[in-house]
Design a protein around this ligand. Structure first.
Ligand SMILES: Cc1cc2nc3c(=O)[nH]c(=O)nc-3n(C[C@H](O)[C@H](O)[C@H](O)COP(=O)(O)OP(=O)(O)OC[C@H]3O[C@@H](n4cnc5c(N)ncnc54)[C@H](O)[C@@H]3O)c2cc1C
Length: 492
């Protein structure tokens, strides 16, 4: 396993292919320092004795201890520990753990490459496992580019005016494939060693050239990252852990990018493209039951702190709001636990979480976030928007006035009051905060997509039979009374 420092040194060696703010930048550009800090933490936390057994796992391939972000789930405990790790690390970082895309894509590939090989006699799984052994040994940081830029939304890839609006294979050679196209919202791609590319949707036989999955070094020839970097506003004096973090998202462009066969994990099997897309989304939504539980708890903690500092913690409306917020935290996390307990085991041996429990947990998280912002804003009051800049707390002319007049609860010091409201401002009223709000809604799949899955995977006829029985209407004799409603659409 690597340390955060070793990861940073590796990152510095990558060739420059990242464009930001109109120019080509190197990986150590200060604008993405926050995002690199997040990624580095995933290495250091794995080695931190306080997180013993959480950030590491035993590889099913080599028996070696590996960073859990490179591990394939081989037990229920693995699923539960992945969720717990995601929550604990997200709490430490104040949000996204960044490396979940890598673990979720590799777990999905472990299942689908195996099944494709069983059906077609291909060697995707062998290639994938060889690649994975190196990823585990060298503790490679990976992310996943799934979301294509997609052009006109209702059209399939082969129907688009420009066929490269979905990433596709434009040529096959004896050594590999050449790909073209672009992935959108590719989080932390400018801060990792490798980018795993997978299809974003169900594909038909006419979409064969788009049924492609592979991994490339993040500085591969023919790959350009057009990057947007975000972080909470920089502080001068009032340093805080939250303001040291950040995120990046790129439009990742493949312009005749060559991928050697040993890195190609799907090429021309559309029936497995949709399965890979959905399976990645499923593992990813399971991760979200960890990180979004953390995010909701951060919102809860901030709201409770605001109530304390405003001296209104005992007001009944405040207690009711906090109870609602606690319920959301607990339900999101509970959904992930239920999904882990109610797993299935794929023929590859990979443990797969339950689809409906993952979907309801992720949907609740996505839909609650705007309410959580509203609760914090309502209880913190307007100062979280209008707090004067840090420099005014330093200027001898204004410093004492501000310290005197931001005071609320006499039991809380001026500095702590300032710190708390600075945090609320960073969370809600900054460039960073606005971006996090949309991230929480759409990242991992918009709630509407989860609704499609939830509706599809629940046996409504069983529910209707319950109502029919109670109404005295004749029910379907084959519908078992002695079983709880379960999936109609098993993933495996
Ligand atoms: C901050 C952030 C980070 C992200 N990180 C990653 C990442 O690391 N990797 C990755 O692969 N993805 C990532 N995503 C992508 C995320 O999964 C997508 O944003 C999400 O799936 C929605 O896709 P979209 O943004 O293209 O929205 P759109 O597809 O443009 O959706 C916009 C609206 O159109 C509707 N719509 C779309 N298609 C149809 C249709 N055919 N018929 C009817 N309605 C339709 C949608 O339901 C939605 O309401 C990230 C997103 C964000 C915001």
């Amino acid at each position: 396993m690597r340390t955060g420092e070793q990861y940073r040194k590796g990152l510095a060696k990558l060739k420059d292919n990242v464009y930001m703010n109109g120019k080509l930048v190197s990986r150590d550009d200060p604008v993405q320092e926050g995002a690199v800090n997040v990624m580095a933490a995933t290495f250091d936390y794995a080695l931190d004795p306080e997180f013993k057994g959480i950030g590491t796992a035993k590889s099913h391939l080599t028996g070696e201890t590996v960073n859990r972000f490179t591990h394939i789930h081989h037990s229920m405990e693995d699923l539960l520990n992945k969720q717990k790790m995601t929550r604990l690390f997200s709490q430490e970082l104040g949000g996204c753990v960044a490396r979940c895309m890598g673990i979720d894509a590799t777990n999905a590939l472990s299942v689908v490459t195996y099944e494709a090989d069983q059906k077609y006699g291909t060697e995707y799984n062998k290639r994938f496992l060889n690649w994975l052994k190196r990823v585990q040994k060298e503790d490679v940081a990976c992310v996943c580019g799934q979301t294509d830029v997609k052009g006109n939304r209702p059209w399939r890839p082969h129907q688009q005016k420009d066929p490269s609006l979905y990433v596709r294979v434009i040529e096959k050679t004896k050594d590999g494939i050449i790909v073209e196209g672009a992935k959108a919202h590719n989080s932390f791609s400018s801060c990792v060693d490798e980018d795993i590319i997978i299809p974003t949707r169900h594909l038909t036989d006419e979409d064969k050239d788009w049924a492609v999955a592979f991994s490339v070094p993040a500085d591969a020839e023919g790959m350009t990252l057009i990057n947007a970097a975000f972080s909470p506003p920089k502080r001068k004096k009032l340093q805080a852990p939250y303001s040291k973090m950040g995120a990046t998202h790129s439009i990742t462009v493949f312009d005749k990018c060559f991928v050697p066969w040993e890195r190609v994990f799907m090429c021309g099997e559309p029936e497995f493209a949709g399965k890979l897309a959905l399976l990645f989304a499923l593992f990813h939504r399971h991760s979200y039951t960890g990180c979004k539980a953390a995010l909701s708890e951060i919102m809860l903690g901030a709201t409770a702190l605001a109530a304390d500092y405003n001296g209104i913690a005992n007001a009944q409306h405040v207690r009711h709001k906090l109870a609602d917020m606690i319920s959301v935290v607990e339900l999101i996390y509970a959904a992930g636990i239920a999904a882990g307990v109610n797993h299935t085991v794929a023929p590859s041996g990979t443990y797969v979480p339950d689809t409906n429990y993952c979907n309801v947990g992720r949907m609740l998280a996505g839909e609650s976030i705007y309410e959580e912002y509203m609760d914090l804003a309502a209880i913190a009051g307007g100062l979280s928007a209008t707090l004067p800049p840090e420099a005014d707390f330093e200027n001898p002319k204004t410093k004492d006035m501000l310290n005197r007049y931001i005071m609320r609860n006499p039991d809380v010091s001026t500095e702590d009051t300032h710190r708390a409201f600075r945090l609320f401002q960073d969370i809600m009223a900054s460039h960073w905060g606005g971006h996090k709000l949309i991230d929480a809604l759409h990242g991992g799949g918009s709630p509407v997509i989860e609704k499609v899955g939830i509706y599809r995977d629940f046996n409504l006829d069983h529910s209707k039979n319950i109502a029919k029985r109670l109404a005295g209407i004749k029910t379907d004799a084959n519908d078992p009374k002695g079983e709880l409603n379960r999936l109609t659409h098993a993933f495996i």
